[in-house]
Design a protein around this ligand. Structure first.
Ligand code: HEM
Length: 140
């Protein structure tokens, strides 16, 4: 596995996630914050089983971290496909909102969260999110 982001950076995000991810309220707060940002985003989740969605995104976040640590990318390819224009149609601009909402949630839940940890998180998430954004227009 070749790291896409320096290991010391992804280690910091990984440890931060470890401090947050066992608390269901972390994911509840995340989706509340994320959906509060836009009516259009909220509308995409009106018929979603949110308990199941929290379970799925728990893994999805893990896949983003593992991708930064050099994992092969099959999980990211899967996410890119389900979120692309011909499926869930997630506008690439919304990933900024998603990441900002996650940072807000981490700031509330991780006692060690600070500006430097935020930068480590953003750097860690970047390669997977860029791959998802780039796949948006891919014709199946
Ligand atoms: C990199 C950030 C994101 C990750 C890791 C992520 C992860 C996931 C996962 C694991 C699922 C369930 C499996 C699947 O169907 O693919 C899912 C579904 C979904 N995601 Fe995302 N997602 C991200 C960004 C977004 C954004 C920005 C939106 C925009 C609104 C979004 C909207 C949705 C919707 C609408 C569903 C389907 C919900 C349903 O089944 O009703 N996601 N996401």
């Amino acid at each position: 596995m070749n790291d896409r982001v320096p290991r010391e950076t992804t280690d910091r995000a990984f440890q931060s996630y470890g401090r947050c991810c066992n608390d269901e309220a972390f994911f509840e707060d995340f989706y509340n914050i994320f959906m509060s940002k836009s009516g259009e985003i909220r509308a995409m989740f009106t018929s979603t089983d949110m308990a199941e969605q929290r379970r799925l995104v728990r893994a999805g976040l893990m896949w983003l971290i593992m991708y930064a640590r050099g994992s092969q990318g099959a999980k990211i390819d899967y996410l890119a496909r389900t979120h692309d224009r011909s499926n869930m149609d997630v506008d690439p601009a919304w990933y900024t909102v998603w990441v900002d909402a996650l940072m807000e949630t981490l700031a509330r839940h991780d006692p060690e969260f600070d500006r430097s940890l935020e930068m480590a998180w953003r750097e860690t998430l970047k390669p997977g999110i860029e791959a998802m954004k780039q796949s948006y227009e891919t014709v199946q």
